[in-house]
Write a protein that binds this ligand. Structure first.
Ligand SMILES: [Zn+2]
Length: 70
């Protein structure tokens, strides 16, 4: 179960919002109205190459890209 090179790079991107070219959106974004002004969004992504799953958050206090293993 290897992660592709692009996903390895993606997992290190904590401050940029752009998904790499093989990541596709999964489901609808989840909207959170919390203590952050305007709330924030989470969007799940799936890699077409290696099937890694990422979750992208617009919460400024959070890591932008979270990798979900297995
Ligand atoms: Zn990948």
């Amino acid at each position: 179960m290897g992660m592709c090179v692009l996903c390895e790079e993606q997992s290190k991107k904590v401050h940029t919002g752009k998904p790499h070219e093989s990541l596709i959106k999964v489901d609808d974004p989840r909207i959170y109205i919390g203590n952050t002004p305007g709330g924030f969004k989470e969007q799940d992504y799936l890699c077409l190459t290696c099937k890694s799953k990422f979750s992208h958050s617009t919460n400024k206090n959070d890591v932008r890209w979270t990798l979900w293993r297995g």
